[in-house]
Design a protein around this ligand. Structure first.
Ligand SMILES: [Zn+2]
Length: 204
């Protein structure tokens, strides 16, 4: 499947891997292969790494399933922190501790390497099923520590849970996606206009 990466940050896009509308939400990561595909499309792992992880998952389905569960837990913890931010409150401490733990687990596999500056680098093509999650944990911490969280916003469509970083100059982005929720809103406005005009036309 092709994922819609509209969040403006990989960690936001990761939270958006729950699709659909409340209460009929859709799990967009039903299997480990979907998690790998998402990470590949989000640019967090290379094509070669993704291909290797798909092969590993066939040999180690139990480990792959455990990674998928950990990914969904991380997603739920990040979701909880973001919703708290959106509501103007502080998240529960256990969510922050869980994100820290995922980050520490990822760092255990990273090397500090020098490019233009020193930074964390993970093995290019690890065979560890968890390796798909390491850059996700890193992005989660990057989002919370390096990003202007006042730019976080939730789609204006009622029951749409998708979030995004509003990078518009005037903070006036309203929809998760212009061609889904934005298009639906335009259609509703158009129909309302037509309904408003119709009685007037008959009275003439
Ligand atoms: Zn939406």
């Amino acid at each position: 499947m092709t994922f819609k990466l509209i969040g403006g940050h990989p960690a936001v896009d990761f939270v958006n891997t729950v699709g659909g509308f409340e209460p009929a939400l859709v799990e967009l990561l039903p299997g480990y292969a979907d998690l790998v595909a998402w990470a590949e499309q989000a640019g967090l792992i290379t094509d070669d790494h993704a291909a290797r992880l798909r092969r590993v998952a066939e040999c180690e389905p139990g480990a792959a399933a455990a990674t998928l569960s950990a990914a969904r837990r991380l997603r739920a913890d990040l979701d909880a922190v973001i919703r708290a931010e959106l509501a103007g409150g502080a998240p529960a401490e256990d969510h922050l501790e869980a994100i820290r733990d995922a980050y520490l687990a990822a760092l255990a596999h990273a090397r500090l390497t020098r490019r233009s500056a020193y930074g964390w680098q993970w093995p290019a093509s690890s065979a560890d099923p968890d390796s798909v999650l390491w850059p996700v944990a890193r992005q989660a911490v990057d989002l919370l520590s390096m990003t202007d969280l006042t730019r976080l916003a939730e789609c204006s469509t009622v029951n749409c849970r998708w979030i995004y970083l509003d990078r518009t100059k005037n903070h006036n982005r309203r929809w998760c996606s212009d061609d889904t929720c934005g298009a639906s809103a335009r259609m509703r406005r158009y129909r309302a206009t037509q309904r408003h005009r119709a009685p007037a036309a008959r009275s003439e």
